[in-house]
Design a protein around this ligand. Structure first.
Ligand SMILES: Cc1cc2nc3c(=O)[nH]c(=O)nc-3n(C[C@H](O)[C@H](O)[C@H](O)COP(=O)(O)OP(=O)(O)OC[C@H]3O[C@@H](n4cnc5c(N)ncnc54)[C@H](O)[C@@H]3O)c2cc1C
Length: 378
C-alpha cells in the first residue's frame, strides 16, 4: 500500500532519527537522549519482542549498557533470551520517552511503534526521511541531522549499501517450547552420519525450552525436510507445539562492503551479522549503538564541517572494523565446528530419546570461560 503523504504539515526536525528498535536501536535511542539530542525512534513492528534466541550479554555489551544506566540486563543470569533483552530495553525506551517518567535530560524524545522508515534522501543539512505509519497507512517526512540505521539490514532496499556474504551458508532451525525442562543446563546430541547438532537450553526460571538444530556449513539443505526432522525430534522428546512457526534460516554471515554514509550510521545487523555459534549478534549491536552516538556527539562538538564529517566517517569505520573482526571469528568458529562437535553425545537424530540427549561438559565450561564472569553485585 502506498501511503498518503501530508506535505502541508510542518516538517519535524530532529537531531537523531533511530530506525528500528532491536537491541542496537534501543541502545542508540537511549544514548542519543542521554546526550541531550532531540531524538525520534521508530520501529516497524509493535512494542512486544518475541524472538526466542539465546543471548550471551558479553562484557563489552554489559559495559555499554552501564553507560546508559541499564544495569544487569540479564538480572543476575549469565545468559538470557533476545526477547528478554529487547523487552527490557524497550520498556526503558518507553519510560525515557514518557514525559511523566523521563529522568533528566528532558530533551525531546519521540517514540513511534508500527512506523517504518520507507525513504531516506540526503540533504546538505541532514537526511530527509519518509516514515510510514503501518496501522494508519499514512506517511510523513522528518528532517534528521543524523540517522542511526538499526533496522537489521532491512533498509538495503532504500539504496543503502547491500551486505555481502562473508562466510559459508549455515542453516539452523530454532524454536521455543513451553515445556518445563527435565535437564539442568545445556544438553544435546550429534548425528554421526549427518553431523547435525541438536541442542536444548532451559530458559530463565526453567519455564520453557529453546531447541536448536544446527547443520554443518556449506551444505545444500532442503529447508522443508529439515523442519520435518526437527518436528519429529520434538515429538520424540514430547516438547509439545512450538511457540512460534518454525523456519529453517540460513544464518550465513553478511557484511557491509564499505562503511556507511556520513549522516546515516549503520549499526548491528545492518552492518554485519555474526555467526550464531558465537552468540554475539545482540552484544555487537549494543556496543555499536553507544559507539554511533558517541561519534555523532563528537561530530556535533566539532564546529568545522570537515572535522565533523571525519568524526562520522571514523565512527562508521570503527563499527565496520568491529564487525569484520566478528566475521573472522565467526569463520574460525565454523572451521572449528568439527572439533567441538566431538564433545556431544552421539546418536542418530531419527532415534533421539531423552536418554540419548546429554550435557557436553567441556563445551559448557568453555562457553562460560569465553563469556566472562558475571558481575558481582555492588
Ligand atoms: C536463528 C538466529 C539465532 C541467533 N542467535 C543469537 C544468539 O544466540 N545470540 C546473539 O547475541 N544473537 C543471536 N542472533 C543474532 C541477533 O538476533 C541479532 O544480531 C540482533 O538481534 C541484531 O540486533 P539489531 O538491533 O542490529 O537488529 P534487529 O534485532 O534485527 O532489529 C531490527 C529492528 O528494526 C525493525 N525494522 C526493520 N525495518 C525497519 C524500517 N524500515 N523502519 C523501522 N524499523 C524497522 C525490525 O522490526 C526490528 O525490530 C541470532 C539470529 C538468528 C537469526
Amino acid at each position: 500500500m502506498t501511503g498518503q503523504t501530508n506535505r502541508g504539515a510542518p516538517l519535524q526536525e530532529v537531531d537523531v532519527l533511530v530506525a528500528g528498535l532491536g537491541p542496537g536501536g534501543c541502545v542508540a535511542a537511549l544514548a542519543a537522549h542521554a546526550e541531550g539530542f532531540s531524538t525520534l525512534a521508530v520501529e516497524a513492528r509493535g512494542p512486544e519482542a518475541t524472538r526466542p534466541q539465546l543471548v550471551l550479554v558479553r562484557p563489552g555489551a554489559r559495559a555499554a549498557l552501564q553507560q546508559i544506566q541499564v544495569h544487569d540486563v540479564t538480572e543476575g543470569r549469565r545468559t538470557t533470551t533476545l526477547r528478554h533483552v529487547e523487552n527490557r530495553l524497550r520498556r526503558t525506551v518507553e519510560a525515557a520517552a514518557n514525559p511523566a517518567t523521563a529522568a533528566p535530560p528532558r530533551s525531546a524524545f519521540d517514540l513511534h511503534w508500527h512506523t517504518s522508515v520507507v525513504r531516506l534522501e540526503p540533504r546538505i543539512d541532514g537526511v530527509l526521511a519518509t516514515l510510514r505509519d503501518e496501522l494508519a497507512g499514512t506517511e510523513r517526512r522528518v528532517l534528521a541531522r543524523h540517522v542511526v540505521d538499526a533496522a537489521g539490514g532491512r533498509l538495503e532496499s532504500l539504496g543503502r549499501p547491500a551486505r555481502a556474504p562473508a562466510g559459508p551458508g549455515h542453516v539452523v532451525v530454532i524454536a521455543e517450547y513451553a515445556t518445563p525442562p527435565w535437564f539442568g543446563s545445556l544438553v544435546g546430541v550429534r548425528d554421526p552420519a549427518t553431523h547435525e547438532l541438536y541442542s536444548l537450553f532451559p530458559t530463565w526460571k526453567r519455564q520453557s525450552v529453546i531447541a536448536y538444530l544446527d547443520t554443518p556449513p556449506r551444505q545444500q539443505v532442503d529447508g522443508a525436510a529439515l523442519i520435518r526432522r526437527f518436528e519429529s525430534i520434538a515429538a520424540r522428546l514430547e516438547l509439545g507445539p512450538p511457540l512460534q512457526p518454525l523456519q529453517a534460516i540460513d544464518v550465513a554471515q553478511l557484511l557491509l562492503p564499505r562503511s556507511a554514509d556520513d549522516r546515516v550510521i549503520a549499526i548491528g545487523d545492518a552492518v554485519g551479522t555474526v555467526d550464531v555459534l558465537l552468540g554475539a549478534g545482540a552484544s555487537a549491536a549494543i556496543e555499536d549503538g553507544i559507539d554511533a552516538v558517541r561519534g555523532i556527539a563528537a561530530a556535533r562538538r566539532d564546529r568545522s564541517p570537515r572535522g565533523s564529517q571525519s568524526h562520522l566517517r571514523a565512527t562508521s569505520e570503527r563499527i565496520l572494523a568491529r564487525h569484520r573482526s566478528w566475521a573472522r571469528r565467526g569463520r574460525l568458529m565454523l572451521a572449528l565446528r568439527p572439533l567441538f562437535e566431538r564433545v556431544w553425545p552421539r546418536a542418530p537424530l531419527t532415534a533421539v530419546e531423552r536418554g540419548t540427549v546429554g550435557p557436553p561438559p567441556l563445551l559448557w565450561a568453555a562457553v562460560r570461560f569465553v563469556c566472562g564472569r558475571r558481575p558481582q553485585p555492588s
